[in-house]
Design a protein around this ligand. Structure first.
Ligand SMILES: CC(C)(COP(=O)(O)OP(=O)(O)OC[C@H]1O[C@@H](n2cnc3c(N)ncnc32)[C@H](O)[C@@H]1OP(=O)(O)O)[C@@H](O)C(=O)NCCC(=O)NCCS
Length: 512
């Protein structure tokens, strides 16, 4: 029988040197009351110290909420190591990593959520092809966690298992036996494998929920973590967040479907222009939308009335309907299925994805993409490595330059008012998260969409295939690239319609 304890008592269960694995995605899954209690304990007692904090997706909302509170002033020494898929949304933690105060090791998000099951069944480790040739491949970068092994004549990355001391989970309701349901959650995540991994390691499972129910009163179909795996339950006093920006919407928990007209459209700016042009690459099938501008593609598809043409997916585990953008990233409106995250990544790694959209931070002549640390900023690959390596087609979407770019459109023509300050098209990317060479070797189609040009990966390197109306390649594009790209003999104009506030052409372009 799980023990019901206060957040303060739960925080006292963490020992010096523990490895704490949190099931989180932004603020979804984040046990905020527990996190504050742990912070307060450390500020008072300087314990627990030397924690390794493991989490697959980012644990924060890009501002001050989330795991960043464990890296604020006075917290030095509590978390000393982070093993994660993404840290960008925890700015204080990322800053501590950048300043060398906390060690940080990136894993592909999908690999981490799959790996917990290996710990759970006490296997020696996880074999995967995900990440081969990337900066996580020990032959090309530093990775104390992965090594290359050959099995039956094929190369794999091997991630050795190690014990999880504490599983930190959040649900909606616990019954007195510790059975946990997720009825108000928008994302199912990897709660069960993390709980099982902690149990198999001789560790403890702490779950924060909103309410307590009588023993055996929960519907067994809805129990995501069974009470036999739960040691401690703590009841939240402050509201739990469904996403980074939503406390609770019945629609995001899948209880109601909403008219698409209710989904807020993107404001008209360079991000929307990029999302629209990227949406023109859509096709029927399974399509993943990554973090950043790709999230806006779902909103564009809803605005254009085209969501029935394909199945949009988020790496959080949600399938179908319209993926939420920005502060609702990971949650879906009108979804079809809410999968456990490791199951979704099994589907991705098994070749299920037809098309993956991902953000564009840095690329080079060979079409490699960075998805780790860029410009000194630790960000983390999230699901990028899994989705882009295994999808049949990949579209990278981003502004042509980073920094304070300002654009204007004059009658369907793009004008660069203020140029960004950081180049994204480089001689060589700082870290390879996506290998252009590998993509070409497997015949993957790769497209790079920016507000001013579209490029494609060819055996000769990147080639500009389209240019925006109003843009002069010699003046607005080539001087800002560190290499000379090929220019298609059949150079086309990006359709002028996407540079107007109203569009309405997507259905026709997609052929319906
Ligand atoms: C690349 C990525 C940052 C783009 O995000 P975005 O919102 O589409 O695009 P932006 O250009 O607004 O970039 C976001 C921030 O990163 C900065 N950035 C982007 N490229 C950069 C570069 N090459 N160098 C330095 N900073 C860069 C931007 O300036 C911006 O900073 P700000 O928030 O301080 O203004 C994002 O897609 C990402 O982290 N991708 C890599 C990993 C990944 O895809 N992970 C998860 C899969 S879901």
């Amino acid at each position: 029988m799980a023990k019901v304890v206060t957040a303060k008592a739960a925080a006292e269960l963490i020992k010096d040197g523990d490895l704490v694995a949190s099931v989180v995605f932004g603020l979804a899954g984040w046990p905020e009351d527990f996190a504050f209690a742990l912070r307060d304990r450390y500020l008072e007692t300087k314990h627990p110290k030397g924690i390794t904090f493991m989490h697959a997706a980012g644990a924060g909302d890009w501002t001050s909420r989330g795991a960043g509170i464990w890296a604020e002033a006075g917290m030095e020494g509590m978390v000393t190591k982070v093993v994660t898929g993404h840290i960008g949304s925890e700015p204080q933690m990322a800053k501590a990593v950048q300043e060398g105060k906390i060690e940080c090791f990136f894993w592909p998000l999908g690999t981490m959520v799959q790996w917990y099951s290996e710990v759970a069944r006490r296997s020696p480790g996880l074999f995967t092809k995900t990440g081969l040739g990337s900066f996580l491949d020990p032959r090309f970068g530093e990775s104390p966690y992965a090594k290359i092994m050959e099995v039956e004549g094929q190369e794999y990355m091997f991630f050795k298992t190690f014990p999880i001391n504490v599983a930190l989970i959040r649900g909606t309701t616990a019954d007195e036996k510790g059975n946990i349901t997720f009825e108000k959650e928008a994302i199912a995540l990897e709660a069960l494998p993390v709980a099982l991994a902690a149990k198999a390691s001789g560790g403890i499972v702490i779950v924060q929920v909103e309410q307590l129910a009588k023993a055996d009163s929960l519907h067994p179909q809805f129990v995501r973590v069974p009470g036999v795996c739960v040691d401690y339950v703590t009841i939240a006093k402050t509201p739990q967040m469904q996403t980074m920006g939503t406390q609770y919407k019945a629609s995001l928990a899948g209880h109601i479907k909403v008219p698409e007209s209710q989904i807020k459209p993107m404001p008209f700016d360079e991000r929307k222009i990029i999302a629209r042009r990227a949406a023109m690459e859509l096709m029927p099938g399974a399509v993943n939308l990554g973090i950043g501008i790709p999230q806006g593609i779902g909103t564009v598809v809803a605005e254009e009335g085209c969501s029935h043409l394909m199945t949009l997916i988020s790496e959080s585990g949600n399938i179908g309907g319209i993926p939420g953008a920005t502060i609702e990233f990971g949650a879906h409106y009108n979804g079809e299925a809410m999968l456990q995250q490791d199951h979704l990544f099994n589907y991705f790694d098994g070749g299920g994805l037809d098309l993956a959209f991902a953000g564009l931070s840095q690329t080079d002549r060979e079409g490699n993409l960075n998805a780790g640390t860029f410009g000194g900023k630790p960000m983390g690959p999230g699901g990028f490595i899994n989705t882009t390596q295994h999808a049949k087609k990949v579209v990278f979407c981003g502004t042509f330059m980073a920094g304070p770019l300002e654009i204007r459109v004059d009658d369907g023509r793009l004008v660069i008012v203020r140029e960004g300050t950081i180049k994204k098209f480089l001689k060589k990317v700082e870290q390879v998260g996506f290998s252009g060479k590998y993509a070409l070797s497997v015949g993957k189609k790769v497209v790079y969409v920016t507000e001013r040009v579209v490029l494609e990966l060819t055996p000769g390197g990147l080639m500009i295939t389209e240019v925006a109306p109003g843009i002069d390649l010699e003046k607005d594009v080539l001087p800002y690239m560190e290499f000379k790209p090929a220019i298609s003999a059949d150079l086309k104009l990006i359709p002028e319609g996407i540079y107007r506030t109203e569009w309405g052409e997507l259905g026709r372009i997609l052929g319906v």
